[in-house]
Design a protein around this ligand. Structure first.
Ligand SMILES: C[S@@+](CC[C@H](N)C(=O)[O-])C[C@H]1O[C@@H](n2cnc3c(N)ncnc32)[C@H](O)[C@@H]1O
Length: 389
């Protein structure tokens, strides 16, 4: 139980990562480049935020007029609901506001709204934000915040990492436009993958291969293995690998087809030693070939191909069809050449020193690589859409 509590505390602490302004601006610019009116006359909700220091609130408030927003709403989570060791105290701004209420300051979330020029300086911006305490603690799952979701047109945030699944269900059940940050492992969650497959959700425009740096609270303890920047722009930061935007706002990158070589050219010229002179292997349990690198997808292969999940950062729905994933068993039986890993394959895997817990029937993709039974990390199954060249 003590361990469980420690785990929960660690997870909750890792939820306190704050997004940098330029990362928000870069992604929003991609939506604006595709459709300059994407935010026009829209109500934008920023839940799970801390409006007093959030760059999401800052970005949308500063750009309120340029984006043509109708209304901006931003909500925060109550200090008492956050990990205690953060020791969050009311800011001077809150303490000096006429609406400061000691009985609510720690237990309630806050709501900030922006609709009009309140201070008569002829511009609607961050100076015109109004705030009050929420009735509850600002939990996105509450009725109060769900009603704000229902009132809004677009939801943008970096939700708590530990609640990504719940957030994905919450946002998709609201039927709203959204752009949210999450770990790319979320791609194959059952809450996300079917939506990606149906082109109802896709990855944002920002390339996520380099990881994203978030600002972290004072006293943040780095993992002993951490070897990246600890400070950027004078603020303590932590790099999180494999973070991407999940969205249903369109952008140009997803309509650019990947330039590819034919199968025979890949075998002749690929920069990957796994492909050059070797070619592509078929899975033992799927009727598909394994393509371990996105840039090694053969342009003329007619059948089904298994690619790494990072492929989605390059995915164009006009070029490819997504058929399933080897993770979570989210794949049509038609693609399976056996109903899962075979007993013989699992036995061969352990006989050659394989680790982990695999059982016959598991959906994990397996390959005999040079005769050795090998488990292949999460794959997405795709097929070319058009006639191939
Ligand atoms: C990853 S941080 C991001 C904060 C901010 N959106 C940003 O990017 O700068 C997630 C925030 O959600 C808050 N949070 C955690 N659980 C929550 C919940 N159930 N409902 C609403 N907010 C929550 C955390 O306290 C934290 O402030």
């Amino acid at each position: 139980m003590a361990n469980q509590n420690l785990g929960d505390a660690k997870r909750a602490k890792n939820d306190e990562f704050y997004t940098q302004y330029h990362d928000i601006e870069k992604e929003m610019n991609a939506y604006l480049d595709y459709n300059q009116d994407v935010f026009r006359d829209k109500t934008v909700l920023l839940p799970c935020d801390d409006p007093e220091w959030s760059n999401f609130t800052k970005y949308f408030a500063q750009n309120f007029e340029r984006l043509g927003l109708k209304k901006l709403i931003s909500t925060s989570y109550a200090p008492n609901s956050k990990p205690r060791e953060l020791n969050i105290q009311p800011t001077l701004f809150e303490l000096e506001s006429p609406q400061f209420d000691e009985s609510k300051s720690a237990a309630n979330g806050k709501i900030y709204t922006l609709t009009q020029d309140l201070n008569n300086d002829n511009v609607v911006n961050v100076e015109d934000l109004e705030w009050s305490y929420l009735e509850g603690d600002g939990d996105f799952r509450s009725e109060e915040i769900s009603a704000l979701r229902d009132e809004s047109d677009i939801v943008v945030t970096n939700p708590p990492f530990s609640l990504f699944r719940d957030f994905m269900s919450w946002i998709s059940s609201g039927g709203k436009d959204f752009a949210i940050i999450g770990n790319m492992n979320g791609i194959t969650y059952k809450e996300t993958f079917p939506l990606i497959q149906q082109n109802k959700v896709w990855l944002g425009a920002t390339n996520f291969n380099t990881g994203m740096y978030f600002t972290v609270p004072d006293g943040f303890t780095y993992a002993s293995t951490y070897k990246f920047d600890r400070e950027q722009n004078g603020r303590a930061v932590n790099r999180v690998p494999g973070v991407c935007w999940f969205t249903n706002l369109d952008h140009g990158r997803r309509h650019q087809p990947l330039p590819l070589m034919t199968e025979s050219d890949n075998v002749k010229f690929s920069k990957h030693k796994e492909i050059k002179g070797v070619g592509y292997r078929k899975y033992d349990n799927y009727d598909a070939i394994d393509v371990p690198f996105t840039d090694a997808i053969p342009s003329d292969y007619q059948g089904v191909m298994g690619v790494p999940i990072s492929f989605l950062g390059k995915y164009s729905p006009e070029q490819f069809e997504i058929l399933g994933t080897s993770d979570n068993g989210l794949v049509d039986d038609l693609l399976k050449s056996t109903p899962g890993l075979t007993a013989a394959f699992v036995e061969a895997y352990y006989a050659s020193g394989g680790k982990g817990a695999y059982k016959a029937g598991n959906p994990t993709a397996g390959i005999y690589a040079d005769g050795v039974a090998t488990m292949v990390y999460k794959r997405i199954f795709i097929r070319h859409r058009g006639p191939n060249k």
